[in-house]
Design a protein around this ligand. Structure first.
Ligand code: GLC
Length: 753
């Protein structure tokens, strides 16, 4: 059925109040309410972020889902840093949604990884808002390019599973804007997701589902979001309040009680019908847009999508360690293959994103095609099993190389609960150490959705591949990487700390009962480790390759620039090694001097470039005004201050190869917001205002002169003094009251500005 957008205004007048109210709550867990008499179809939704979990019964909450392709999870996808690849994956997801008669894919999940312990970190991209936003936008654009909608989630500040339905995230405005909303803002700006899913939790005292600041003031009025907001499943507490805040669709349905509450609220005047009409218009716009794409008439491209899943996985895995160039293997080695995950790989996470995979490849099967090998399970399901470890030692002792497959158990990492620590299981650690002792050529392949603690064993092994949860086709990608058919090109989208206690959120995660304070502020991830000069195990943006790259010839389009300029930064990258490879070039910006504390550097652009042996390419990165700005709550806006900025180009956040200083000649024009309570420093920072203050300060002694009666430079002594108090110190020598004097000064300043 192809439909075109009806005349909304007419359609809305034709709907009864009961029909409009009914549209604002699901007809079932997975579809919206149809209004047949007016040709309004039902729209079907399904999880999830890395594959279709399309219920076989759209009217039942917990049922089987159709078989579909399980792609790598978001934690893996962001490690690819490849927006083109995510776009391609999005198109395949859309084709599957179309084949499985699904209009909206409930993903991607893009909450910031505040702590490695969040159980759903596997479903989220990064600790950095730019990487999160770019990855999300690429996936959304790919999916939506085929006429299937998305639901970017969970809006917002949903960074833990502990008490996720009731916890209240308390954070300052700057942290909210710069870290926890910025990724969503980029996704809205670059992909206009058809829908956004609000989170369960509260933000600063109000549930997201009825948080007017988030859903209307910011999302609509500032970001000009065009789609509609749906709730997470069960996130609505008060349907009328949530409609007033800007939440269009409550899921799941049905709920006649909720519908009646809306009807009653309109009839009583509690809810302005115009708000209901606006919600219905936003809903119908997407419902009719979705209906324009015929669905359920094609088949899944299972083989093609499985092959794509393998290609995607091969770009996501990160080579963390490769001492003695143990990898790639030559193919002549006799292997000891150890670990249950070689047969039962960790390939996806638990919870609503869990997919009924069409097949799950086994690393052991692929290895048997390439090498003489012995296998031992190394049984990590029980606390300690020495027999299993002894079996592993036995085969490791006789092998040329030992390859360990270690997957975090699903019982440790999932939606619905957080991890208590970052460690592998004790049995896994014992197994790794025992095998590494038996064979000094040991490789560890990890299947996990977030940073794990490796301090027990990392020094004992030669090589480590972070394979994440690589989807159903991950096995082939892993073995391709072991033998060099794939050159590792992934880089970490999250820091791997040396210890949990070092994580910036450690002291406040996951909070106390229903309150969690984001005490580390903007200093999340690498921003925090660098601010506290904490060494880490593996830094944000880190990943090795089988080749090497050289960075040279950094040039910038302008040495001096304004906020209206689009700066281009070019760098030459050369493959100086022996095999072709891909390099992820990262551009960070350092604000040399700022009125408010800023992270030392922040990721502001990146690109991935493929290079043959000996090849040099020039990569071009672009920076616009927001790359230099921070959010200043005093002015309630993003702003950049004039002055010098350092551009840092690196292969990771810790490996900066080229630097260049540029100058912003004119910062963001700011209103004069001085008051009598503003300090001497703040008045002195405004040239016109300083003319009033300087003479007063002189009364107390020349600044920078000999220390006065107090033995200290008075301009230092007074720098944080409110100006009204400075005047008050002059006692009765004033002709007017301090308030009158300040009021006179301000009227002169404002008259001239
Ligand atoms: C879950 C998840 C959300 C998912 C929804 C539907 O509770 O939080 O990500 O899309 O419910 O399954």
């Amino acid at each position: 059925m192809t439909t075109t957008q009806p005349d909304m205004a007419t359609l809305i007048t034709q709907l009864t109040l009961a029909e409009k109210a009914a549209l604002c709550t699901g007809a079932s867990p997975w579809r919206t309410v149809p209004i047949e008499r007016l040709g309004i179809p039902s729209m079907i939704v399904a999880d999830g972020p890395h594959g279709l979990r399309r219920s076989t019964d759209v009217d039942s909450m917990i049922t089987e889902s159709y078989p579909a392709i399980c792609f790598p999870v978001a934690a893996a996808l962001s490690a690819s840093w490849n927006t083109d690849l995510l776009y391609e994956m999005g198109q395949a997801l859309a084709d599957e949604a179309i084949a499985l008669n699904t209009d909206i894919l409930l993903g991607p999940g893009m909450n910031i990884k505040r702590s490695p312990l969040c159980g759903r970190n596997f479903e989220y991209f990064s600790e950095d808002p730019l990487l999160s936003g770019e990855m999300s936008a690429a996936l959304v654009n790919g999916i939506q390019s085929k006429g299937v909608g998305t639901s970017v989630k969970h809006f917002a500040v949903n960074n833990q599973e502990t008490r996720r339905f009731t916890v209240d995230a308390i954070l300052d405005e700057r942290t909210l804007r710069e870290i926890y909303l910025r990724g969503f803002e980029i996704a809205v700006e670059k992909s206009q997701p058809w829908t956004i899913m609000c989170a369960y939790n509260s933000v600063n005292g109000e549930f997201c589902a009825q948080n007017h600041t988030l859903l209307t003031d910011i999302l609509r009025d500032e970001w000009r979001y065009q789609g509609f907001v749906m709730s997470d499943w069960g996130a609505v507490w008060d349907r009328v309040a949530s409609l007033q805040a800007g939440l269009e669709l409550e899921m799941p349905g049905p709920s006649s009680e909720r519908t009646q509450a809306v009807i009653d609220a309109v009839e009583s005047g509690e809810l302005d019908e115009a708000i209901l009409n606006q919600a219905v218009e936003r809903l119908l716009t997407i419902i009719f847009r979705a209906a324009e794409t015929p669905k359920g008439q094609t088949e899944l491209n299972i083989q093609a999508d499985h092959a794509l899943a393998r290609k995607v996985a091969s770009e996501c895995m990160v080579l963390l360690k490769n001492d003695n160039d143990l990898l790639p293997l030559s193919g002549d080695e006799n292997l000891a293959v150890i670990g249950k995950a070689a047969v039962t790989p960790g390939y996806q996470g638990g919870g609503s994103s869990h997919i009924n995979a069409t097949q799950v490849d086994k690393p052991l099967d692929f290895l048997r095609e390439r090498a003489e090998l012995h296998y031992a399970e190394g049984d990590t399901t029980v606390e300690h099993n020495q027999l299993a470890i002894d079996e592993a030692i036995a085969i490791a002792t006789d092998a040329d190389v030992a390859v360990l497959f270690i997957a975090l158990p699903p019982s440790v990492e999932s939606e619905g609960f957080d991890r208590p620590h970052m460690r592998l299981t004790d049995q896994q650690v014992a197994l790794i150490k025992a095998v590494a002792t038996a064979n000094d050529k040991t490789v560890v392949i990890l299947n996990n959705g977030a940073a794990v603690d490796m301090h027990d064993w990392i020094d004992a092994v030669d090589a480590v591949i972070e394979a994440w949860l690589p989807g159903q086709a991950g096995a082939g990608a892993i073995v391709d990487m072991l033998y060099g058919h794939v050159n590792p090109s992934g880089k970490l989208g999250e820091t791997f700390p040396l210890a949990l206690e070092h994580t910036p959120a450690h002291l406040t995660f996951p909070g106390e009962r229903d309150t969690v304070h984001y005490g580390e502020g903007i200093f999340v991830g690498y921003r925090g480790y660098e601010a506290s000069k904490r060494r880490v195990l593996f830094p944000f943006g880190y990943g090795l390759s089988y080749t090497t790259f050289e960075y040279s010839n950094l040039r910038v389009s302008q040495e001096k620039f304004t906020l209206n300029d689009a700066l281009t930064i070019q760098v030459d990258i050369t493959n100086t090694g022996a095999v072709a490879g891909k390099e992820i070039v990262q551009l960070y910006v350092h604000d040399v001097e700022s009125a408010l504390p800023r992270p030392y550097k922040e990721l502001k652009a990146f690109t991935k470039v493929a290079l043959e042996v000996g090849e040099t390419k020039t990569v071009t990165l672009e920076l616009k005004d927001r790359a230099f700005m921070y959010y200043d709550p005093t002015y309630a806006q993003w702003l950049a201050e004039s002055g010098t900025f350092e551009l840092l180009v690196g292969s990771s956040s810790a490996d900066i190869h080229l630097r260049h200083t540029i100058t912003l000649t004119q910062g963001t024009p700011l209103p004069v917001i001085l008051t009598g309570k503003s300090t001497v420093t703040e008045w002195m920072a405004n040239p016109r205002a300083a003319q009033f203050i300087q003479p007063i300060l002189s009364v107390f002694g020349e600044s920078g002169g000999d220390p006065g009666a107090l033995g200290v430079d008075m301009s230092e002594f007074f720098k944080d003094l409110p100006v009204i108090k400075l005047l008050a110190f002059l006692g009765d020598n004033l002709e007017q009251s301090p308030d009158a004097i300040v009021a006179g000064w301000l009227s002169e300043i404002h008259a001239e500005s």
